[in-house]
Design a protein around this ligand. Structure first.
Ligand code: FAD
Length: 499
């Protein structure tokens, strides 16, 4: 064996490391679809002459929470982008379909690899699977190296002093912040090793990730996928959005009022360490209100961390209320009202705009997620898990921890959740956060000519206003499917029964 030299580039900084030749490792890519700050890939390239990157598509292994339709569209493009980025550096992303362990074992045979490197994921079922893969590979005599994945801190390192999990956000965030001063992101490898041409790869098309329906088109138009898209979104947000974030983050009509990094973070096209480090650096150059704004943004990243902390320690969170009494709540079973919600046909414009934004682009603004969530749970009386499942299928950023924590937050059944009696009024929320009705007009074109004064409550508008805007309630735009005040009273009465 002889020595191997590899050069990495981070901005203008060049790093040279040495390892051993004549060796092969596999790097198993999952939700870390990037080159920069990818510790498993970085380390493998340092140490092995040949590094074979592989992505294994095995949705059957997690049948309850396999990626939903919108996530699959994202995944398709993300894999395509990663494969292109690797090809530019003379590497090749190998694709395989089937259960992870046998797929890895076959690839080990095909390549003669002696080691498999991967970055950790934290969902309970994935954790269990990973432990099984690791055990089996080790017993085959294969070295396994597993690295911290897509969190700022491992969930077991962010426990309380008495070694129990946090259930309240603020003490969790305060304790975590103290440990994050040294967060850094690794560079992207400058040079990669070639993958021998005889190593077989499945075709991306064979994963069948793209639906045959119109919706995929909307998602494709709305986003720039892949690591380059994530890096560009971060840069753009730091330059143009960060300083004003605390003011703009609640305005759904302002597309660049938030960072829109969530799908990139979910798929690991950008690393959370990278986002934290760059935003912290930018924050240091700001002052006054702009610096406070950066703090608000960093706090949102800690909510992401908190959700993963909760899921790790309370693995039933996606299915069961964390507050036991909510399992006795009497939920409604209305099929037609649920369909109206899913299709953006409730007659409440801000709700309909949000649900249509979700359908068309695979993403919904956070403020509107809270409004539509409250509407489903409290106005329609439908249980939060139904909303969670619809979001799971429809969001490009669908994330088990974040989705479950937030649905339980809206329902009032989670850890540190919004109290149940906080019931959003869709009309006042609309007026407050979309005062000109711009967001509603964008996604509910039937109402485009309604004056701002009435756009959030067309059902209260005088006949001549409706006529002037060519809105025929119950014809080209629905009448409200429930009376909000009545529904609110009913929800509170139901809640009294479980307290
Ligand atoms: P920004 O405002 O720019 O925030 C930056 C990042 O902070 C986000 O990308 C996200 O990673 C994190 N973040 C922000 N708000 C939250 C929050 N409330 N909880 C946890 N992390 C947060 N987010 C997901 O990524 N996946 C989901 O499946 C998901 N489901 C949700 C369901 C409901 C009912 C609600 C109310 C919220 C949900 N969120 C989810 C949280 C939030 O709406 C999105 O993270 C945010 O809208 C993404 O847009 P952004 O990247 O522009 O956010």
């Amino acid at each position: 064996m002889s020595e191997k030299r590899v050069v990495f580039q981070l901005g203008t900084e060049i790093v040279t490391v040495t390892g051993m030749t004549n060796t092969t490792a596999i790097v198993w890519f999952r939700r870390d679809l990037r080159l920069a700050d990818n510790p498993a890939f970085f380390e493998a390239l340092k140490l092995f002459e040949t590094v074979v990157p592989v992505y294994i598509w095995s949705p059957e292994e997690d049948s309850r929470w396999a990626p939903g339709a919108a996530s699959r569209v994202w995944l398709y493009h993300s894999l395509e982008a990663l494969a292109n980025a690797m090809a530019e550096k003379q590497s090749r992303l190998i694709l395989r379909r089937g259960e992870a362990l046998p797929a890895l074992q076959t690839l080990i045979k095909d390549t003669g690899a002696t080691a498999v490197f991967w970055n950790r994921l934290y969902e309970p079922s994935v954790n269990e699977q990973d432990a099984g893969v690791e055990k089996a590979l080790r017993s085959d005599g294969v070295e396994c190296e597993i690295f911290p994945g897509n969190l700022l801190l491992e969930p077991w390192d962010s426990r309380k002093k008495d070694d129990t999990a946090y259930r309240v956000f603020t003490p969790f965030a305060n304790a975590l912040k103290e440990k994050l001063d040294d967060i850094k992101a690794d560079p992207a490898p400058g040079v990669m090793s070639a993958v021998p041409p005889e190593i077989y790869s499945d075709d991306l098309e064979s994963f069948d990730l793209l639906p045959k329906i119109e919706r995929a088109g909307g998602i494709q138009e709305a986003w720039t996928f892949g690591e380059a898209g994530g890096q560009a979104a971060l840069k753009d947000f730091i330059q143009n959005g960060l300083g004003g974030y605390s003011k703009t983050r609640n305005l759904p009509a302002m597309e660049d009022g938030v960072s829109r990094l969530s799908p990139y973070l979910h798929f690991g096209e950008i690393s959370i360490r990278h986002v934290w480090a760059d935003v912290s650096k930018a924050r240091a150059k700001l002052s006054g209100a702009e610096q406070k704004s950066a703090d608000v943004y960093l706090k949102e990243l800690l909510w992401r961390e908190f959700s993963h902390h909760l899921l790790f320690h309370f693995p039933t969170m996606p299915d069961k209320p964390l507050r036991e009494e909510f399992s006795r709540y009497r939920w409604a079973t209305s099929g037609t009202q649920l369909k109206a919600w899913q299709r953006g046909q409730t007659g409440y414009p801000i709700v309909d705009a949000g649900m249509r934004q979700l359908w068309e682009t695979g993403w919904m603004h956070n403020r509107v997620r809270m409004i539509v969530g409250s509407f489903l749970i409290k106005d329609l009386g439908i249980e939060w898990q139904t909303g969670e499942e619809w979001f799971w299928d429809s969001l490009v950023d669908a994330d088990l921890a974040q989705n479950a924590m937030n649905w339980q937050w809206v329902a009032g059944s989670g850890a540190d959740a919004s109290p149940f009696f906080r019931i959003f009024n869709p009309v006042t929320q609309g007026k407050k956060f979309d005062p000109e009705g711009e967001y509603v007009r964008r996604y509910v074109p039937e109402l485009k000519d309604m004056p701002a004064k009435w756009i959030h409550a067309p059902f209260d508008a005088p006949g001549e206003v409706l006529e002037g805007a060519d809105v025929k309630l119950g014809d080209n735009y629905p009448k409200p499917i429930v009376d909000h005040d009545e529904a609110r009273k009913q929800a509170l009465a139901n809640y009294q029964k479980i307290r």
